[in-house]
Design a protein around this ligand. Sequence first.
Ligand code: UGA
Length: 450
Amino acid sequence: MKSQGLVGVVGAGYVGIATATVLASWGLATVLVENNPDRFALLGERRIPFFEPELEKVLVEVAESGTLRFSRTLEDLADADVVLVCVGTPPTATGALDLMALEQVVERLVEVARRGAVIVIKSTVPPGTTTRLAGVVATRRPDLPLVSCPEFLQEGSCLDDVRRPSRVVVGGADATACRKVAALFAPGGAPVIITDATSAELVKYGANAFPATKISFVNELSHFCDLVGADVTVVAAGIGADPRIGPAFLRAGLGFGGSCFPKDVHALEDLGASLGYQSLLLKACSEINAQQKDRVVAKIRDALGGTLRGRRVAVLGVAFKPGTDDLRQAPALDVVGKLIAEGALVAATDPVAAPGPPELPREATFVADVYRCIEGADALLLATEWPEYRSLDWERVRSLMHGNVIVDGRNFLDGVRLVELRFDYHGVGRPALSRPTSRSDDAAGPGPAR
Ligand code: UGA
């Protein structure tokens, strides 16, 4: 690899921290710029603002070795050869993306960047954005090429995803600049695709919209399974064994959440609408995803005899998926809101995330200890498939609960075993399981009332 000078990374979110840490671990002098005082202070203590233990460990190493430094100002990137912009592009109230932070960073880089520095847009932006910004930059600093290099990391495995990406996609009008950016990631050994900026940006949207659509497809199938009495876990395994389909992202359940899939599916649909194209597929993808939560709430309601009013529901897991404390667009929180709207008394728990208002509705309680959360519940909803929930002491759970209904929103628990312990088990898209009532069961009765 041709030796690189200083690399700048702007924005200490998942993408920025993981990218800066990995580049520094490959020996590249890297400066990570974060202007939020709280986040910057945390970095100074060599801590990261979210749950990603492996990443924090390596960040400590590269910060101690001096390869990774932190700064609050873009002026410290005046000597950088390449600047990777990784700031957030959150949705606004209208659903459009807020590109203000990104535009401000580019604007400032125009003022401070050294001659010929490459500005790389890693933030997820609507196709056409990099080319538009490149046009603006060219009027003042034609020496500064802009390229798009989207990120494909998943929360929970950020470090590995940046270290060993499945591909590196770089798009821009300046082929030399694109190759320079691709060379940064050469130690990862991934195939490189060099293209135009708009195609690179659309790769990112396609790469998120496709697995999201796969999830909605399997959730649609789960509905058919409920209607005909089939088991979606078997159906998914059966179709996923076809190499043209593949088994990944075929787990039916409460649907997808997080800061990326819901936002990116909407953004792509909106892009089409702004250009006069109505995407039926993306609309259906989002609608099916929303519908899953209603279906799970209906399962709990039905299992509790037709009403949720005054019934206690314990929700296990609130993070949008296991391995993260991220609550953005978490399906569990959506379900909690719906349960409360129907008059249920909700207690929620999570091994890592600790939501308070406004994420968790005021009427719900958060109880860090899983067994205390379950105490007195009429029904238990498994909303996030944290591995520790599979190995709970289920006999103890049974004795702590008031009722015996388990709704497994991720088809994750061992239903057969739970039925042996006298639970009624309801998955998503699979037949409910319950033990035929016998005299001895009647004698045993339900668990203790609260
Ligand atoms: C996602 C993509 O997977 C990454 O490739 C992408 O880089 C990232 O968004 C991004 O754009 O930054 P992430 O948001 O970390 O990564 O989450 P995923 O692991 O993809 O899961 C998304 C959601 O889908 C979760 O709520 C998960 O529970 C759900 N899911 C996943 C299912 O419901 N079923 C499945 O089979 C798989």
